[in-house]
Unconditional design. Structure first.
Length: 104
């Protein structure tokens, strides 16, 4: 279980590697607005697509509460209890463009 003091440290040391081996090290806790946007988009997506095999987005938030950049946490309205961490990348415009090319 990570505390609110541990959460930013976790994101600061988090790393992902893309399909070409490029490392992404610049992660942070999301803002409350970012968590709310993802949660609302995810809920709406599941509401409008009842066929579980045709979900338009991948489930990224499953916990009820998520730590945010301001040191607090936000209620997502999801069913699972507990406080979770979801790190988000601080990408440059060039990095976003490179990732978009990989998705096509």
């Amino acid at each position: 279980y990570l505390t609110k003091e541990d959460a930013p440290k976790h994101c600061k040391t988090y790393r992902e590697v893309d399909v070409n081996g490029k490392k992404y090290d610049n992660w942070r806790l999301p803002t409350a607005a970012e968590i709310k946007f993802i949660a609302d988009f995810q809920k709406e997506s599941f509401k409008t697509n009842s066929n579980a095999s045709k979900k338009p987005i991948k489930t990224v938030l499953t916990g009820q509460y998520y730590y945010t950049m301001d040191g607090d946490y936000i209620d997502t309205g999801m069913d699972n209890s507990g406080i979770a961490i979801r790190c988000v990348p601080d990408l440059t415009p060039k990095e976003v463009e490179e990732l978009d090319k990989q998705m096509k």
